[in-house]
Design a protein around this ligand. Structure first.
Ligand SMILES: [Zn+2]
Ligand SMILES: [Zn+2]
Length: 835
């Protein structure tokens, strides 16, 4: 192979190269050459525009700067730099690298998830003619060619490359920019645009000279509209009292309220009396609230706080096991204050749906404008603002969802993961399939920060770490104030069915208690972890069940929208009038979801003011908030919902909780089913009873003898944990073993199966057949037209070099993929620590 690019400059030792992270699933970093004009500015962490392959132009992050040209390809010039100072810092690079290695993906995939799209070059970015071009420049032939083409349409970098038949177009575009002939690429390439308000103020010299001021007044005497504006400005800003007020100016729209004339203001600006300027403002309303009065911690809370600070002296991580309603938030607030006073940054992670609620406004009152919120429901601009706000020092405390582990912290002192057991901290799809709690632990380690994990029902893994002495362990086992733990009772639905006292899915006991609760002017929550009306329809004649055409699941019946819907791929179809198989008109809903509970309840208890909270009713941006407000204000008195009702909500007037279909949660086929069931049942129950009111919880079950239910009734986490831990040990599950789940996907069932079998044959001899399980067909073996086959790798926590095993898995997977052209559509998905 001959290298054709050995020109002198390329080999010059002074020539700079950069390794960049591209937003692509590439195993290696890619090297580019730095144009001379950038050599002074280039550094790690800057965003650069680069061309990759023949066609694509994209934003990359500079990971390293060096003098070594790549050995097997000619480095292209990077096209442009988007930053003066780094967007990504060295802590983040370390984290990206760790995540790519641990979660078996590429740094590009991590980077793609990490950086808000507002900081990436848009593929839509175009070069435009500058409509205000008034220069008189000579254009080179290539420049003229571009300009001619731009008369017809806007061009992307890529279009220009094709047009000119070469790749080194950057100097030409730079030249056109310098001449002002095209609109600044810089304005287009950042999708982020700051929020700007238009303001006006008096010209400084007018305020400085009394004579000038009077002269202007005199001139305006007959121009009523202009005079009005001047007077109004003086009244609103009080510049006569304090000249400095003028510097702050006033928003144009405020000055122009109440019939003030916009054209008169324009004249004043034209005549150099007022000046107009733009001010960049934060999208987050500035919070001028004075800090809330000192929070008085209860004796238990104070003790917990002291114990945590004490454990920080010897341990980096502490588990705070605080029962529901024990007031963990107050403890967090004190810890956060403590860390901020020490001058470091703080990150508080919350599960997605807990974030939009009470806790945020609570914390905002305490921490005001130094608190930034990072949420996936925010717009890109808002997310970019948080990102930049951390770099600029504006935000020293971030409260956010799992993706906030990616933010550019450079001085983290404390990370708190609330509800650490929550499965929504795990990203399932797309890659990186990371767990935000585990990532936060690593983030803490990189920053030498302290980490607190909080939960009323800790994950078995975390409780194990804490009770075996690896982490600190602090308990908060009294409810805050006078509140007591709720009384939990079981309702035997088999018995009620036998005596025919059930009304649809409601037991008589539950209906009685619910009625009593509403009669007392109190509120209730009904929990059913399944949305829609019925999980499926069934033909009474031929037993046919409508299924999704792309997935191996039955379609869920949604009565309100009159649809059948697939909860895996989103496919919907109109409710069939008759059975597709036999034509009979006897399609009957089987089972029940939140929608049916809501409907039935309206029938059985007309006095109930019911609202439903699930994925279907909270799709709009403010829907979730509205449902909560209605419930808080007493507009509604029964909340029917899925898991959503269990998160981060405290309602003072809820005294009754009804739980439907607990059995289905307990018997879900997954090794974490018992843990999940204990957690969710305890969490829902915890919604009942606050402020001195003892709450009541009813759990409907067909089997009242189940151990787990009795542990929930007794609030016996420890008992649950001991039994569960023994099971985990016996069957080689976490925390004793680590699991890597490998899913093989292919549109053809036999190919997926064949590949998985061949793969297992490669793995088992080396890893040992005890560590390689499968291939097995998952419960739902077809999603979005792909057949799935699972392989599970179980590895002991110690004795095994994890990195070596992962490399081994990946190597054999790619070798096998290339070994047979039948495998060209096969996808192999690695999920480390599946949740
Ligand atoms: Zn589907
Ligand atoms: Zn039928």
């Amino acid at each position: 192979m001959s290298l054709e690019f050995n020109n002198e400059e390329y080999q010059n030792e002074q020539t700079l190269f950069v390794d960049v992270i591209l937003p692509l699933p590439l195993p290696l970093l890619y090297t580019y050459r730095v144009p001379r004009e950038f050599s002074d500015k280039i550094k790690q962490g800057l965003r650069a525009v680069v061309q990759f392959g023949k066609k694509r132009v994209m934003t990359a992050i500079i990971a390293a700067v060096h003098h070594n040209p790549p050995k097997i390809y000619e480095a292209k010039y990077l096209l442009d730099l988007l930053d003066e100072s780094p967007t990504v810092n060295s802590f983040q690079f370390r984290l990206f690298e760790w995540m790519a290695s641990y979660y078996m993906c590429t740094q590009g995939e991590v980077m793609n998830a990490a950086i808000p799209s507002g900081l990436k070059l848009s593929s839509e970015s175009k070069i435009q003619l500058n409509p205000e071009y008034s220069g008189n420049y000579e254009f080179a032939a290539s420049e003229q060619l571009i300009l001619d083409e731009l008369q017809k349409k806007n061009l992307s970098y890529n279009d220009v490359m094709i047009l000119l038949g070469k790749k080194a177009i950057h100097p030409i575009i730079k030249s056109l920019l310098a001449k002002g002939a095209v609109i600044l690429f810089e304005e287009l390439k950042d999708k982020y645009s700051p929020k700007v308000i238009s303001k006006v103020r008096l010209r400084e010299e007018i305020l400085e000279s009394k004579a000038l001021f009077e002269e202007i007044f005199h001139k305006l005497e007959k121009k009523e509209k202009q005079l009005n504006i001047l007077l109004r400005y003086m009244q609103l800003t009080q510049v006569q009292k304090d000249k400095n007020n003028n510097r702050l100016g006033i928003a144009k729209n405020i000055l122009l309220k109440e019939d003030a004339s916009a054209s008169a203001l324009s004249t004043l600006i034209k005549n150099n009396i007022f000046e107009e300027y733009d001010q960049v403002i934060s999208r987050f309303a500035e919070n001028n609230l004075k800090a809330e009065q000192e929070i008085k911690l209860s004796g238990e809370q104070l003790k917990a706080k002291e114990e945590i600070l004490e454990s920080f002296k010897i341990k980096d991580v502490t588990l705070l096991h605080g029962i529901t309603g024990s007031g963990k938030t107050e403890v967090y607030i004190e810890l956060i204050k403590h860390a901020l006073q020490g001058g470091s940054q703080v990150l508080l992670l919350l599960p997605e749906i807990a974030l939009t609620t009470q806790i945020v406004s609570r914390l905002h009152k305490v921490f005001g404008s130094k608190m930034g919120i990072y949420h996936s429901k925010f717009s890109d601009n808002e997310r970019v603002e948080v990102w930049r706000g951390i770099i600029s020092g504006k935000f020293s405390f971030i409260i956010g969802v799992r993706s906030s582990v990616f933010l550019p912290f450079d001085n983290l002192g404390l990370v708190i993961v609330d509800e650490e057991h929550e499965s929504s901290y795990k990203q399932y799809d797309p890659t990186p399939r990371y767990h935000a709690r585990d990532t936060a632990l690593m983030l803490g380690r990189f920053h030498h920060a302290k980490v607190v994990l909080g939960s009323a029902t800790p994950s078995v893994e975390s409780y194990y770490q804490a009770t075996t002495g690896k982490w600190g362990f602090v308990k908060l086992d009294k409810r805050f104030g006078e509140a007591q733990l709720p009384e939990i009772l079981l309702v035997d639905t088999l018995r009620e069915k036998k005596f025919k006292t059930m009304r649809h899915d409601f037991s008589s006991v539950l209906l009685e208690d619910l009625t009593l609760c509403l009669d007392n002017n109190e509120q209730a929550i009904l929990f059913q972890n399944r949305r829609g009306y019925a999980p499926y329809l069934n033909c009474e004649e031929c037993a046919y069940i409508p299924k999704c055409t792309a997935c191996s699941v039955s379609l869920t019946y949604h009565m309100h929208s009159g649809e059948l819907r697939c909860h895996y791929c989103g496919f919907t179809e109109k409710l069939p009038q008759k059975c597709d198989a036999c034509g009979a008109t006897k399609m009957k809903p089987v089972g029940f979801g939140t929608e049916k509970l809501e409907d039935d309840l309206k029938l059985f208890l007309p006095q109930a003011r019911v609202q439903r909270m699930d994925l279907d009713t909270t799709r709009n941006k403010n829907a979730y908030q509205n449902i909560i407000q209605d419930f808080e204000s007493g507009k509604t008195n029964v909340l029917v919902g899925t898991q959503m009702v269990t998160k981060g909500l405290d309602f003072d007037k809820v005294t009754f909780v009804g739980i439907f279909d607990a059995d289905r949660i307990i018997h879900f086929p997954d090794f974490r089913a018992a843990e999940r069931a204990f957690q969710v049942l305890s969490q829902v129950s915890g919604r009942a009873g606050r402020r001195g009111q003892k709450g009541k919880v009813l759990i409907q079950t067909a089997n009242t003898n189940q151990n787990l239910l009795h542990q929930v009734i007794k609030h016996d986490y420890e008992g649950f944990y001991q039994l569960e831990l023994a099971e985990r040990e016996k069957f080689n599950y976490p925390p004793f073993y680590r699991i890597i789940k490998i899913t093989v996907k292919d549109p053809e069932k036999n190919i997926a199966q064949e590949f998985a079998e061949a793969y297992v044959k490669l793995l088992a001899p080396e890893l040992g057949s005890k560590r390689v399980l499968g291939p097995e067909t998952p419960l739902i073996d077809r999603i979005r037209n792909n057949y799935l086959v699972d392989i599970f790798i179980k590895l002991e926590k110690d004795k095994i070099n994890l990195t070596t095993v992962k490399e081994f898995l990946q190597r054999h997977s790619s070798n096998l993929l290339q070994s047979d052209k039948n495998y060209r559509n096969v996808h192999v998905v690695f999920d480390v620590d599946p949740a």
